[in-house]
Design a protein around this ligand. Structure first.
Ligand code: X8Z
Ligand code: ZN
Length: 647
């Protein structure tokens, strides 16, 4: 996810009433009557308040995520409570201004205030307090979540993920146990989540919306209804490509696991190498189209480097035999940190190679790059603007030496560079053009991590040049990018339904799996999972209350950004061969786009970079055209698709 200033930034940047003609209902009538100050003065005061409040709020949230205990949860929820109460006052006052006659920046700021919140909060102080306490508790429960067998032998998310990721070494049953084990962490969240939905919906209604899902859909400079249609349209563009990949993967799993390899045409949830089936990169050994053609074993190379760092430290210390047990633990930690720092600097060098600034020194001293051993933390990666002046930016990760983590660092630095690019905007404009833009910045760079780029940084051998190598390279990218698409959509399909009441608490889990089946074509092994489970809660963004459609949009937008930056860099030839590393022209255009922040409708910002005002998946299809043909060829004669997709 993005900022932990999320609460604040998102609370500040919402947006719909003015545009949508949605429902300024009676109950939503603002409490403030005649404006107490003119609109310009009001916006200036909001900006000053955000600037003053941000460091305190982000520090509390940072502690809440990096030292999970009762005290930090208390401080975090109190800070949020204070901020949300203030923000509710701002929203009420914002509604008293008539957009007519306002300067463009003031009108934009007021529009954002009225429409941007991921956590609409009730005005009633007792309910607001309850909401912020639940929010902190859900986040902490996820962060501290562990799978224990008979109360012992507990494994955290990193350890569970390792079992699933080892798709060759772990057995079907081991992976099933790990997958099921992780999902137990969410069972205690169910009651809190139900109450959370009631409370935030009340806040949404007071803002003038039907429910929280509608507020989320309002943040896109179009009506919530148009936004939903837009997301459906984009999914329609890419669905055939996903179905081909699903079909091919299912076939390979059936080859490997026999009857257990599929469930009514769907993929068993514990077999994709990932807890949520959102990234299938760990199935590479099974799905690699042409073995031995241009090795792309980035993980192997990273692990080797980490081992070499450790060997070096150990030899400097006079050999392992000379060290006490606790010194051995410490030296391992030091090797992890050195490796994580090296990986982060690699990512940084991509950005500086485009002409962007070096990260501030404090980035490396304040960030959490590796998992601390002495306490619970939220390991889910995130990037934080701790202030509004671009002086203190951090990431929080538990980096391990593997390819997925490396690309996640590039992703997180995308957020960080966005923060740095728009730091001179007024605080209310310090946000992505929309949230999908924020998620797409770093991922666009990841698309540029071609085999050629990976070779240039010494992670793979000189790439092979052949049709087989092209398909291998495309498959590698597709397992991350194409596999993700339906997942990116289904999470909020579930939450939109939960918020609007069409999914009731007694059907939370059933509805979750219906959507997983419909969009992703995955199913749990062992039959339907009952309502004693709360499987949505086992995915960070649900207890963390981070809207998720942003990632779906990002997976479309990043190909549009990529294509434009490739054009800017003078690239010729097929899109998928483009690597714009070290190209100043691409860097200049990207930075100029990022500097806009949320100061204007995203359509305008998109136009400045790409020439078009619409999100459009044709660049995704152009990129993957060779793989799509190849998959169709492989799947010939098979019956692709699955029953649930037709509903
Ligand atoms: O949550 C994230 C990032 C932080 S914004 C690590 N992502 C989504 C996820 O992990 O579910 C990146 C891709 C999708
Ligand atoms: Zn992100």
């Amino acid at each position: 996810m993005k900022s932990q200033r999320a609460l604040l930034a998102l609370a500040i940047t919402a947006g719909l009433l003015a545009l949508s003609g949605c429902k300024p209902s009676d109950q939503a009538a603002p409490e403030a009557s005649a404006p107490a100050e003119d609109a310009d003065a009001f916006v200036a005061r909001v900006n000053q308040t955000v600037k003053d409040t941000t460091p305190e709020l982000t520090s509390a949230a940072w502690l809440g995520a990096t030292y999970i205990n009762k005290d930090t949860q208390r401080l975090e929820s109190l800070a949020n409570e204070r901020w949300l109460a203030k923000n509710n006052e701002f929203i009420a006052q914002a509604k008293t201004y008539d957009a007519e006659g306002l300067s463009a920046p003031t009108a934009r700021a007021i529009h954002l205030l009225k429409t941007s919140s991921s956590l609409p909060a009730p005005r009633d102080p007792a309910k607001l307090k309850e909401l912020t306490e639940i929010t902190s508790r859900l986040g902490a429960t996820y962060g501290a979540g562990k799978w224990c067998v008979d109360g012992k032998d507990c494994k955290d998310i990193g350890q569970v993920s390792e079992i699933l990721a080892d798709t060759e070494g772990s057995s079907y049953e081991q992976m099933k146990a790990a997958w099921e084990g992780w999902h137990t962490i969410a069972q205690p969240m169910r009651k809190d989540y139900e109450r959370f939905v009631e409370l935030t919906n009340e806040g949404a209604r007071e803002m003038g919306f039907a429910n929280t899902g509608e507020v989320w859909r309002a943040g896109y400079d179009m009506t919530p209804a148009d936004f939903q249609t837009e997301a459906d349209r984009l999914w329609g563009q890419v669905q055939p490509l996903y179905e081909q990949l699903q079909c091919y993967t299912r076939g390979k799993l059936e080859e490997k696991y026999g009857e257990q390899g599929s469930i009514d045409g769907m993929i068993p949830a514990h077999l994709t190498g990932n807890l949520w089936q959102q990234d299938w990169g760990n199935l590479w050994p099974l799905l690699q189209p042409y073995e031995g053609v241009g090795s792309l074993d980035v993980t192997g190379a990273l692990k080797k480097q980490r081992d070499a760092i450790l060997a070096d430290l150990v030899s400097k210390a006079g050999g392992m035999g000379k060290l006490t047990a606790s010194q051995q633990v410490e030296i391992e930690r030091q090797a992890d940190l050195e490796m994580a720092t090296r990986m982060t600097k690699l990512a940084e060098s991509f950005y500086t190679g485009l002409g962007m600034p070096a990260l501030p020194e404090s980035f490396y001293t304040e960030s959490q790059l590796v998992q601390p051993r002495d306490r619970d933390v939220v390991c889910h990666a995130s990037a934080w603007p701790m202030d509004t002046v671009g002086e203190d930016v951090r990431i929080k990760m538990c980096i391990k030496p593997n390819e997925e983590e490396l690309t996640t660092i590039y992703h997180e630095l995308g957020h960080i560079y966005y923060y740095l690019a728009y730091k001179d905007q007024a605080p209310v404009f310090q946000n992505g053009a929309h949230d999908g833009f924020h998620e797409a910045i770093g991922d666009t760079i990841v698309l540029s991590m071609t085999p050629e780029y990976l070779a240039s940084i010494g992670l793979v051998d000189k790439p092979a040049v052949s049709e087989e190598a092209v398909i291998n390279g495309q498959m590698r990218m597709a397992l991350a990018k194409v596999a993700f698409l339906p997942f990116g959509l289904m999470i909020d399909r579930w939450r939109w339904g939960v918020f609007d009441g069409s999914i009731t608490p007694d059907k939370y889990n059933q509805a979750w799996w219906e959507l997983k089946a419909k969009y992703q074509g995955v199913a749990p092994a062992g039959g339907a999972r009952g309502e004693e489970f709360f499987d949505a809660g086992a995915k960070y963004h649900v207890p963390g209350n981070t809207p998720y459609t942003r990632y779906f949009l990002s997976h479309v937008l990043q190909f549009q950004f990529y294509k434009s930056l490739c054009d800017a860099s003078g690239h010729t030839g097929p899109l998928y061969t483009c690597n714009f590393a070290n190209n100043p022209e691409a860097g200049k255009r990207y930075w100029a786009m990022m500097q806009r922040g949320a100061s204007q409708p995203w359509q305008q910002t998109l136009k400045e970079l790409t020439g078009g005002e619409q999100m459009d998946a044709s660049a995704v299809l152009e990129y993957f055209a060779p793989l799509q043909s190849w998959l169709e060829e492989q799947n010939k004669g098979k019956t692709c698709g699955w029953e649930a997709a037709k509903s």
